[in-house]
Design a protein around this ligand. Structure first.
Ligand code: SF4
Length: 532
């Protein structure tokens, strides 16, 4: 296949105006200046791939694996100037919301419109020690920011009552990521809920996390179609190697799982003459054929592929017959032991049916929910009881609380005493960090400040390993929240509200006062509901 050398179509036009199966290749950025040896090699590889007529666009990573690298837009500029379609990965781990916004202005000004919104991997290294992660906003907050910038942000001046003029509209075409290859019910369902939230917020396409389970790839496609999520899906295919298989098997990359079985197969093939190169190319080609067969809109190829490798894989894909993918799906089912599926298996092994998992349906019956309430911690029951009667807007307790706090705040000593009383109850119960913009009711009375290293307030990140946090040695708070809420039927309301942004101005102020007097995100939530 020869390079076409012609300018490409915009990604939005390719996705929205054609039904072509698209191919993107991920280019991992490198450390060092643009003219340095590593960056030049990366640039040469990116250019050759971008010129290949089977590659519709290239995607450039942002400090991958939590390591500092040159910014993707520095590498992307040259590709853009040659008329190539580029997608910039933008992650929230290293920037606060102001620097994210400033970077977005720069990206739009430079002509980059395709942005893949990520929360990002927890930093693992840095200059003279590990970097302090930021996570001021998350991937959902980033999608919301781009959606508002596309509408024209208001240029408000701090302290001024003027609503400000509207800034020029940006032109972002925003993508998001979803991780369907999850073991536990709560882990998977919260990923599905979060995908729906991302799409409601403004994501125009979704890329799946790396995985080797055709049934899950098929399931999420069915889920999106059956639940009105209505977003083009692009499936990830990582070109495996034996060392990568072993690394993923040890959960070396957050959220990416290679089963023991697949690791052993990879190790076996690595002993062949070509060190498994053909086998791994075939594995990738078969996955692409499966994605095409299921109805995905494209593939996102990663694993640092060179042009000749991508060419080899594409030739293999072209050599398959129309229905071969169904046979391939039977081969590529490397799930985790006891993995939860939302849908029953299809009669074609390796694919998903549209029938909802029968055990899951029974677990949602009135009887099953009531029975499982026994295991719900008192912290949730008490929190819910108090919240519904006092902190829920419209309750009689809320009206009283508002009157009381209006009076309390007139007197500094009373205010300080009330704040102290709040902390005396919330620190031992919730390990409260006094952020002043409380998300306890959003996450089943689990504090994101003290119990989530990424302070995720709009659903779980994709990094969990069989339910465990990617960093801390404990279960992810979002999975715990799901398990607490389900016995009460409350899980159906998870992630249904507007995007949550923590307001840093409220740090070390009374969260109760802020809720009663409408200063925190709960008030913004009620405003949004009122506007509906
Ligand atoms: S006020 Fe903030 S720090 Fe305290 S429990 Fe609520 S979310 Fe956590």
């Amino acid at each position: 296949m020869q390079p076409s050398g012609s300018a490409s179509q915009h990604l939005s036009a390719m996705l929205e105006n054609t039904d072509r199966f698209l191919t993107t290749v991920e280019i991992e950025t490198s450390r060092g200046i643009l003219m340095g040896e590593d960056s030049r090699k990366t640039m040469d590889s990116a250019q050759s791939l971008a010129e290949f007529d089977r590659v519709d666009f290239v995607s450039l990573t942002d400090n991958p694996g939590g390591n500092p690298h040159i910014r993707p837009e520095v590498l992307g500029q040259e590709l853009l100037s040659r008329g190539r379609e580029v997608m910039i990965n933008l992650s929230c781990k290293d920037y606060n919301r102001n620097s994210v916004e400033s970077r977005l202005w720069a990206l739009d000004s430079q002509g980059f419109s395709n942005v893949l919104a990520l929360s990002g991997d927890y930093p693992v290294g840095g200059f003279e020690g590990q970097a302090q992660p930021v996570f001021d906003i998350d991937s959902v907050g980033l999608i919301e920011m781009m959606a508002q910038m596309n509408e024209g942000l208001r240029n408000k001046t701090l302290g001024s009552s003027s609503s400000g003029h509207r800034l020029e509209e940006t032109n972002f075409f925003t993508g998001c990521v979803v991780s369907p290859f999850k073991k536990l019910e709560g882990e998977l369902m919260t990923q599905y809920f979060k995908l729906a939230l991302k799409v409601r917020t403004g994501a125009k396409f979704a890329v799946t996390q790396i995985g080797y389970d055709s049934r899950k790839a098929s399931e999420i496609h069915n889920y999106v179609e059956s639940n009105g999520i209505n977003v083009p899906m692009i499936g990830s295919v990582f070109i495996l190697t034996a060392p990568a298989g072993r690394f993923f098997n040890r959960w070396g990359v957050p959220g990416v799982c290679v089963s023991d079985n697949l690791r052993d197969i990879a190790n076996r093939h690595a002993k062949s003459k070509d060190r498994g190169r053909l086998f791994f190319s075939e594995l990738a080609a078969k996955q692409i054929a499966i994605l095409k067969g299921i109805g995905y809109r494209g593939v996102y190829i990663s694993g640092r592929p060179a042009l000749d490798r991508v060419q080899q894989i594409m030739e293999l894909v072209d050599s398959y017959s129309k229905d071969d993918w169904r046979e391939f799906a039977k081969e590529i089912i490397f799930s985790q032991p006891g993995e939860f599926y939302y849908y029953e298996a299809d009669e074609n092994p390796g694919l998903s049916s549209n029938t909802i998992n029968k055990d899951y349906i029974s677990s949602r019956s009135k009887y099953a929910r009531a029975k499982s309430r026994i295991g719900v911690p008192a912290q949730y029951r008490i929190g819910k009881f108090v919240h519904d009667r006092i902190f829920s807007e419209g309750s009689s307790g809320f009206k009283l609380g508002r009157v009381v706090y209006k009076q309390i705040e007139k007197n500094k000593m009373l205010s300080d005493l009330a704040h102290l009383a709040e902390q005396v109850s919330k620190v031992p119960m919730y390990n409260c960090r006094d952020c002043g913009d409380c998300s306890l009711p959003d996450i089943a009375y689990l504090c994101p400040e003290s119990q989530c290293v990424k302070n995720q307030r709009n659903g779980p990140c994709g990094g969990t390993k069989a339910g465990q946090c990617e960093i801390l040695d404990k279960e992810c708070i979002w999975i715990r929240a799901y398990d607490r809420m389900k016995p009460y039927g409350d899980e159906v309301r998870m992630l249904q509200g507007p995007v949550i942004f923590k307001d840093g101005a409220l740090q070390n102020t009374s969260a109760w006062g802020n809720t009663f007097l409408g200063r925190d995100h709960h008030a913004k939530k009620s405003d949004a509901v009122d506007e509906l």
